[in-house]
Every structure is written in structure tokens, then in C-alpha cells.
Design a protein around this ligand. Structure first.
Ligand SMILES: Cc1ncc(C[n+]2csc(CCOP(=O)(O)OP(=O)(O)O)c2C)c(N)n1
Ligand SMILES: [Mg+2]
Length: 348
């Protein structure tokens, strides 16, 4: 029995905890999440502008439309928990606490970027934030989270790992292997599929028989459920419950957040493959609109407060852009740092 629809997918309630509404969310929490989502979007809008001006080169995959997933999921975890994601990673970095300055400078390939301008758009990462990337190999990053979860279990440090991946990645071999071992060893890991309906230009129905990727867990006996990923409060509640399960030693959980990306796959994709009207249908469920509706409806937040947040965000995003523009390029002498080991003087 379906409990509702999100887009053209029926939401499957099987396995989903029934007590999610009991998880309280305060006005301050929701204001913070709204601010983060709006900031991520504005930073990416400016990144898109910089890309068209050739200030950002190489690949650049925007997260616009999916912000509620990264923000809600990050809020549901502890700062010590390990987070791993794919190449659509700018929003996850900011949600994890990396500054917009460090993200934008990384996009510009500058020395002040979060990975010193060496990684670029697809390889955001910050050990300080327990944010382990940012990976370009589709599905290849999923076992890394299982490995981090293994480390947590081995060290008994009470940590949980989360990995974000796409619907396309849920077809990849390394992904299946990670699921199998994580379940066998009852690792504290959350596998979170951001199903945005497309793997590059290929729609979900054309690339997968099953369209609820949480069902990938069935084959290994993993706890799994699916939820709508447009409302940050929903995301928070679902991931909170998954984290409680994983942290309590009951083993991993695989979740699917149904979401949608507004832009093309990357900056070079005009996204002409979409069905007519599809984009507008999803924009009606927009994460920022949903948060505003909750803030004004449930918490009586006045419009003036929301306007003030918007103005702050504009200042912060513009500051990040200027900072990136004015920052120095990386030192060419450091080109091979972190690529080759130094074997001079007997080093190995
Ligand atoms: C192993 C591998 N195969 C193919 C590619 C090329 N590729 C880059 S992104 C992508 C689609 C992935 O789609 P999805 O996992 O749904 O993520 P989304 O882009 O929707 O966030 C493909 C096939 C790659 N980077 N790595
Ligand atoms: Mg996808």
C-alpha cells in the first residue's frame, strides 16, 4: 500500500518507522536549515555565473533542487560521523560546515579552496569536518563509507557513516558489494540514495527495472525505506531514525530520498531530455518553498525575518565569490603533492 506520491513515484511505506512525527523540530532548527539551503542555492547560482564566464573550468555539477537532502541528513547526524558523497558535492560540503568561501575558491581552482585548489568541483573534502569527499567514480565511493563504518565498529567509537549516491550509482558493482558486507558485519552505515530521476541524460525508467533504490537492500536483508526528499523536516526525521538504528548496533540502513535536480547533469548539459512540464512539477515541491511554508505556517515567522536572512545570504555568497576571485592560484611547485610519494632520502 502506498502512503503518498512524490513526483510520479508512489511512496512505499514498507519498513519506514511509523513514529517519525514524534521527532520534534524547533523554530531555530528550521530557520538554520532554511538558511543553509538558501545559502547553498545562492552559492551555486553564482558558481553557474562564474562557469559561464570561464572563471570555473572543468566539471561542475550543481545540486540546485536537492538541497533538503544534504541539509536534513547532515542535521540528523553528529559532527564526528563520517560523511562521503559523490561528485555533486558542493551542498554537502556547506551543510557539513565548510565555508562558502572555501567551496567557491575550490571551484575557482584557488589555493584558498577547501582542498587547496587541487580537487575542484568533484573533490570537495575536509578531514576537519569528517567530510571524506567528493568522488568522481560513480558508485566507487560507496565502499569507503562501509570501511569507515567498519573502523567505527572496530574502535567502538559509537560513530555512524553516511554515504550519498545517485540512482545511477545504485547499478554499480562496488555498491552491491558494499551493501553485502555492511549487512553481514552489521556495520553502522547509512546508504542514502538521492534519486533525482536521471543518471546523466538517462531517465530512471530507462536505466533500472526497480525504481525504488532502497529495494536494493532486500537482496542482502538490509533494513530499508523510501521517503520524499523535498521537505527538509522529512529528511531530518527519516535520517534521524536511520542513524538511531545504525548507532544502536542493529546494522546498516538503506534509504531512498526522492528528489530532483533543476539544472542539467553538469554545466555542459542543457537537459533537453526532460518531459515537457516535468521541471515545473518539481519546482512546485521546492525545498525552500516547503521550508518557508512551515516557518510561516507552523512557527509564525514574519516575512521580515525571512527577508533579513535572504539579505545575509546574498552578502555571504557575494563575499565568497569575491574571495575566490581575489585568491591566489596554487603554487605550481605543489602540482604533484598528494599524487606521488616522495621517495628521495630513503622515503617510501
Ligand atoms: C564508474 C563510472 N562510470 C561512468 C561514469 C560517467 N558518469 C558520470 S556521472 C554519471 C551518472 C550518475 O548518475 P547518478 O548516480 O544518478 O548521480 P546524479 O548525477 O544524478 O547525482 C555517469 C554515468 C563515471 N563517472 N564513473
Ligand atoms: Mg541521478
Amino acid at each position: 500500500m502506498a502512503v503518498g506520491t512524490v513526483g510520479h513515484l508512489e511512496l512505499d511505506p514498507e519498513g519506514r518507522p511509523q513514529d517519525l512525527d514524534e521527532i520534534q523540530v524547533s523554530k531555530e532548527q528550521l530557520l538554520g536549515w532554511y538558511r543553509q539551503m538558501a545559502l547553498i542555492r545562492r552559492v551555486e547560482e553564482l558558481a553557474a555565473k562564474a562557469y559561464t564566464q570561464r572563471k570555473i573550468l572543468g566539471f561542475c555539477h550543481l545540486y540546485i533542487g536537492q538541497e533538503a537532502v544534504a541539509v536534513g541528513a547532515t542535521a540528523a547526524l553528529e559532527p564526528e560521523d563520517v560523511m562521503v558523497t559523490a561528485y555533486r558535492d558542493h551542498g554537502h560540503a556547506i551543510a557539513r560546515g565548510v565555508t562558502p568561501r572555501a567551496v567557491m575558491a575550490e571551484l575557482f581552482g584557488k589555493a584558498t579552496g577547501v582542498t587547496q585548489g587541487i580537487g575542484g568541483s568533484m573533490h570537495m573534502g575536509s578531514a576537519e569536518h569528517n567530510f571524506f569527499g567528493g568522488f568522481g567514480i560513480v558508485g566507487g565511493h560507496v565502499p569507503l563509507a562501509a570501511g569507515a563504518a567498519f573502523a567505527s565498529k572496530y574502535r567502538e567509537d559509537n560513530g555512524v557513516s553516511i554515504v550519498f549516491f545517485g540512482d545511477g550509482a545504485a547499478q554499480q558493482g562496488a555498491f552491491f558489494e558494499a551493501l553485502a558486507l555492511a549487512q553481514l558485519w552489521k556495520l553502522p552505515c547509512i546508504f542514502l540514495c538521492e534519486n533525482n530521476y536521471y543518471a546523466m541524460g538517462t531517465s530512471l525508467e530507462r536505466q533500472s527495472f526497480l525504481t525504488d533504490m532502497s529495494r536494493r537492500g532486500d537482496g542482502v536483508g538490509m533494513r530499508r525505506w523510501q521517503f520524499g526528499g523535498f521537505d527538509v523536516v522529512d529528511v531530518y526525521r527519516n535520517v534521524r531514525r536511520a542513524a538511531e538504528i545504525a548507532r544502536s548496533g542493529q546494522g546498516p540502513v538503506i534509504l531512498e530520498a526522492v528528489t530532483y535536480r533543476y539544472r542539467g547533469h553538469s554545466m555542459s548539459d542543457p537537459a533537453k531530455y526532460r518531459k515537457a512540464g516535468e521541471l515545473d512539477e518539481y519546482k512546485a515541491k521546492d525545498a525552500l518553498k516547503s521550508a518557508i511554508a512551515r516557518l510561516t505556517g507552523d512557527f509564525d515567522v514574519p516575512q521580515a525575518d525571512l527577508d533579513a536572512i535572504k539579505a545575509e545570504i546574498e552578502t555571504e555568497a557575494q563575499d565568497a565569490y569575491r574571495f575566490a576571485e581575489e585568491s591566489p592560484d596554487p603554487d605550481p611547485a605543489k602540482l604533484y603533492d598528494y599524487t606521488y610519494a616522495d621517495t628521495t632520502d630513503g622515503g617510501t
